[in-house]
Design a protein around this ligand. Structure first.
Ligand SMILES: [Zn+2]
Length: 344
């Protein structure tokens, strides 16, 4: 089958990728849409650094335990929706043609572990024609939601998780720094939660417009006014850091009102320096979040399908596999693109 793969830092389109075969408890799915995630852009550029950091990290179980070889083809694409083709042996699955999405992990049929459908030399992922999914993790896409919107379930779940973890309440003020897909997902989830004051900041006018559309009550251009000034000084706020570049965290610690909670959802891949003095002087709460639970994944799909979150404006291009290399380049320009969806 055809798939776009990462090989030695380059995105290539392959014509002869081995077909995935569903085992017991699994189902073969024809990928209809797969969003390109910022983390895939990071991984394409800085995969070796990420793997090196992973190897030094303790205190977290290793998923699957696969040693990735970046000089071989790496399958990526975890924001997928597709149609059921056929079930594995002895497996009951939704009928062929059912549009589904899924929490992007794949428990092995022999019970020896769980593989993430994110970066792998082995497990096929969403930038290819077909993937294997686990039947118990399937979510049927309701309400006739098209695949290229259902594919946004995953990125929007990231925002929902950040908001749930933050414990933000409706009466509190939220500040969202950065209105890329992650910041926008946070804004959508804040609105669903009923938070009435959502101040969003981004340099890009296009992204500020998307933020307002998703429910930000105030949007600011940091070149003209800081989010802090717009939020008003004094009362504690809940800050979502969705930029993920060195220096931003220290800037937040310096500027946020005392007693604020700072939720870091942007992924900064560089070492960074902060002055703990700012945080301790103001008793700031600093919290890091990642991913989402299966329940949040399901809730995210519901919010999109029921129209609580309108993801349509976020999709700025739909491309075939041939244009995946182009799309990885194009996503560097925040004015032009937000979410590019691959339709293999
Ligand atoms: Zn993602």
């Amino acid at each position: 089958m055809r798939a776009a793969v990462l090989n030695s830092g380059e995105i290539l389109v392959r014509e002869d990728v081995p077909e995935p075969v569903p085992g017991p408890g699994q189902v073969l799915v024809q990928v209809k849409a797969c969003g390109i995630c910022g983390s895939d852009l990071h991984f394409a550029k800085h995969g070796a650094d990420m793997l090196a950091l992973d190897r030094t990290m303790q205190g977290v179980p290793r998923m699957g335990g696969e040693e990735l070889d970046l000089s071989r083809d790496v399958y990526m694409g975890h924001e997928f929706a597709g149609e059921v083709l056929e079930a594995g042996p002895g497996t009951t699955a939704p009928p062929a043609g059912t549009l589904v999405t899924a929490f992007p992990v794949l428990p092995r049929p022999d019970g020896s572990g769980i593989d993430a459908i994110v970066y792998s030399n082995r497990i096929k992922a969403g930038y290819g024609e077909r993937i294997v999914l686990s039947v118990p993790l399937l979510q049927e896409v309701p309400n006739g939601l098209p695949a290229h919107h259902a594919a946004l379930t995953e990125p929007m779940a990231v925002g929902l998780h950040a908001v749930n973890r933050s414990g933000v309440e409706a009466g509190q003020k939220a500040v969202v720094l950065g209105c890329g897909p992650v910041g926008l997902a946070v804004i959508g989830a804040l609105k669903v939660r009923g938070v009435e004051s959502i101040v969003a900041a981004d340099f890009s006018p296009a992204r500020r417009a998307l933020a307002a559309g998703l429910g930000a009550t105030d949007v600011v251009d940091p070149r003209e006014e800081t989010a802090w000034a717009r939020a008003g000084t004094g009362a504690p706020v809940v800050v979502f850091e969705a930029i993920g570049v060195p220096g931003i965290l220290d800037d937040i610690l310096r500027c946020a009102p005392a007693q604020s909670r700072v939720v870091v959802v942007g992924v900064c891949m560089n070492a960074d320096t902060v002055n703990p003095y700012f945080a301790i002087s103001k008793e700031l709460n600093l919290q890091f979040v990642l991913g989402y639970t299966p329940e949040e994944f399901a809730a995210s799909l519901r919010s999109i399908a029921e129209g609580e979150i309108d993801v349509a404006p976020l999709v700025t291009a739909r491309v075939g596999l041939d244009r995946v290399p182009w799309a990885f380049e194009a996503l560097g320009d925040p004015e032009e693109h937000c979410k590019i969806v691959v339709e293999p």
